[in-house]
Every structure is written in structure tokens, then in C-alpha cells.
Design a protein around this ligand. Structure first.
Ligand SMILES: NC(=O)c1ccc[n+]([C@@H]2O[C@H](COP(=O)([O-])OP(=O)(O)OC[C@H]3O[C@@H](n4cnc5c(N)ncnc54)[C@H](O)[C@@H]3O)[C@@H](O)[C@H]2O)c1
Length: 309
């Protein structure tokens, strides 16, 4: 009898709290969530030498954060460092780090802890794409995709999460892709690495939630193509529904999501609808829709990131 009462009480508490959480989300559409202050926070950005990484560095420089910039490309990273100083950053620290190499991540992370302090916002942004069909893609390139786009996230979490847990304060940002939500032909290794990154970040969010580490936030970003050069030559058949995004716009949305502590950010909005359709449409209908949207041909013109002279 008493266990029945307990179960009924648990159910009521669950329903009440669930209702409150839904109301909270609905309210946030009317009154947007307050943005958090990141002045003085130590923000580490991987792949900061170009594209999104560089623009993120400039945004956080304007917000008064202390910047730790990691890239394999020394020259490009120093250029970002200079631009960040011009944008107002008082403290910028640039490091050469190939984040696909575990030992290098651990050793540069130790250097950062000694020279700068505990990283409180970790943005795993570095990424590469091979852009080749599976059977035409050399094994070492596929391994590299997984190492940079996914495994680097494991090593950086191992290096910086313990201090976040000790301080019950931090933010973990995963720059994944729409290719981390939906499989795409010609992008199998990239999709695998981006799905893995989403799965890892989401699991770590749940692990930290279960540990009641309420001070550590997670943001998972899944954008469609962005005009940074990484997917040079790729096209979209329906630019109104699936536009190739402007990098400045994408970075503004990413920074907003971080400041508002949003868990998932998909860009453009049509992706939310696509995920909804994916959850129930018959696979044949899904493939017909993909064909209609021109998805099978987005990679046809791919030429990729041009090397700077
Ligand atoms: N551009 C797009 O269309 C697009 C779309 C969805 C997701 N993304 C993701 O956004 C992120 C940023 O992409 P981007 O468009 O700015 O690309 P980008 O090529 O302009 O920048 C990537 C940066 O990562 C650095 N990098 C590469 N390998 C590295 C390594 N092993 N260690 C450290 N740094 C390394 C590069 O030197 C470069 O500076 C990537 O994770 C990418 O997969 C991009």
C-alpha cells in the first residue's frame, strides 16, 4: 500500500516538474533567456587559425574573455591572435597543438594550466573533411578525420573537465555538423566522426547531469554548410530552406547559444523539421524527400579548403 502511495507521489512530482520545464521553455520564447557574462572566463578554441574558430575568437575577445588559441597552423593562429588583440582582448595565448595527437593535447594542456589557468569554456571546433566516397578514401585520411573531429574531444575533456568539476563551473562546446545528425553520401568518414562527436557530447551532458554538476553547461552545434572554404564547391538546391550559411551569422548564433546556455543549436532552422521528419517518415519517403531536396548531389562539386599560398 505504502509503495503504491510512493509510486503515485513519484508520478505526481515527475508530472509537475515536467510541466514546469515545458512552461519554462515556452516562456523563453516570449522572454529570451539572459545572456551570461563571459568577461574574464578562460576560453579555449581549437582550430582557431581560420574560419569559425577565428571568428569565435574575435567574438570572445569583444566579450572580454581570456583567449587560449590552439591550431596546427602556427602562422594562421598568430594572425588570429593579432586580430583578437585588435578586437580588444587583453589576454590572448596562442599554442601550436595538433589536437588529433593525444600526448600533444595532454602536454599543451598542462602548459596552458601553468601559464594561463583553468579553462572554463572549451570549444572543440577544429575539423577536417576528406570529401571522398568511402571506397576511394585512403585509410589514413579516414583515421585522421576521426582523430581530429571526434577523438580530440575525448582528450580535451580529459584534460580540462576535472578542473571544471572541482569548480562546478564550465561550459563544453562541441562544433559538430548537420552531418552529425543525418548520413550524407560522399561524407561517410566525416559523418561518422561528427555523429561520434554529438554522441559523446550528449552522453557527457547526461553524465554530468546525473552527477548533479549543475554548473557545467553543454552546447552542441550542428550547422549545414558555411562559407568558410571547408566545403568549397558544395551546392544546395533549395537555398531558401537550406542556405549555405554566412560565417559571421553562424558565429553570432553559436555565441548566443553559449551565452544563453542552449544545449542544441541546429542551423538553419529547417534542420529541426528535418530531424522531426526523420524520426517517423518511412525510409523510402525519406529518400524521396532527400532526392527532391538535392541532398544526393550536395558534394558533387566539392573541392575543399584551398591552401593559402
Ligand atoms: N564550413 C562548414 O561548412 C561547416 C559546416 C558544419 C560544421 N563545420 C565544422 O565547423 C568547424 C570549423 O570549420 P571551418 O569551416 O571553420 O573550417 P576551417 O578549415 O576554416 O578551419 C578549421 C581549422 O582547424 C584547424 N585544424 C585542422 N586540423 C587540426 C588539428 N589536428 N589540430 C588543431 N587544429 C586543426 C585548421 O588549421 C583550421 O584553422 C569544423 O569542426 C567543421 O567540421 C563546418
Amino acid at each position: 500500500m505504502s509503495s503504491n502511495l510512493e509510486s503515485a507521489k513519484d508520478l505526481l512530482v515527475f508530472l509537475g516538474k515536467s510541466l514546469l520545464s515545458i512552461l519554462e521553455v515556452l516562456l523563453s520564447y516570449v522572454i529570451p533567456k539572459q545572456r551570461k557574462n563571459v568577461a574574464g572566463e578562460i576560453v579555449l578554441i581549437t582550430g582557431s587559425g581560420s574560419g569559425l574558430g577565428r571568428l569565435l575568437a574575435l567574438q570572445f575577445a569583444r566579450l572580454g574573455s581570456v583567449l587560449v588559441l590552439w591550431d596546427v597552423n602556427k602562422e594562421a593562429n598568430e594572425e588570429t591572435c593579432q586580430l583578437a588583440r585588435e578586437a580588444g582582448a587583453a589576454r590572448v595565448h596562442a599554442y601550436i597543438c595538433d589536437c588529433s595527437r593525444k600526448e600533444e593535447v595532454y602536454s599543451v594542456a598542462d602548459q596552458v594550466k601553468k601559464e594561463v589557468g583553468d579553462v572554463s569554456i572549451l570549444i572543440n571546433n577544429a575539423g577536417i573533411v576528406t570529401g571522398r566516397k568511402f571506397l576511394e578514401c585512403p585509410d589514413d585520411l579516414m583515421e585522421k578525420s576521426l582523430d581530429v573531429n571526434f577523438k580530440a574531444h575525448l582528450w580535451t575533456y580529459k584534460a580540462f573537465l576535472p578542473a571544471m568539476i572541482a569548480n562546478n563551473h564550465g561550459h563544453l562546446v562541441c562544433i559538430s555538423s548537420s552531418a552529425g545528425l543525418i548520413g550524407v553520401n560522399g561524407l561517410a568518414d566525416y559523418c561518422a566522426s561528427k555523429f561520434a562527436a554529438v554522441g559523446f557530447a550528449e552522453s557527457m551532458f547526461v553524465e554530468l547531469f546525473a552527477l548533479k554538476q549543475k554548473g557545467i553547461k553543454t552546447t552542441i552545434v550542428c550547422p549545414f554548410f558555411i562559407k568558410t572554404g571547408m566545403f568549397e564547391g558544395c551546392t544546395t538546391k533549395w537555398p531558401t530552406l537550406l542556405p549555405i550559411l554566412d560565417p559571421e551569422y553562424a558565429v553570432r548564433k553559436i555565441v548566443d547559444a553559449i551565452l544563453q546556455e542552449t544545449l542544441y543549436l541546429y542551423m538553419p532552422k529547417f534542420l529541426y523539421f528535418t530531424m522531426f521528419l526523420k524520426s517517423f517518415l518511412p525510409i523510402k519517403t525519406g529518400m524521396l524527400l532527400a532526392d527532391y531536396l538535392g541532398i544526393f548531389h550536395v558534394m558533387d562539386g566539392f573541392s575543399g579548403q584551398k591552401k593559402k599560398a
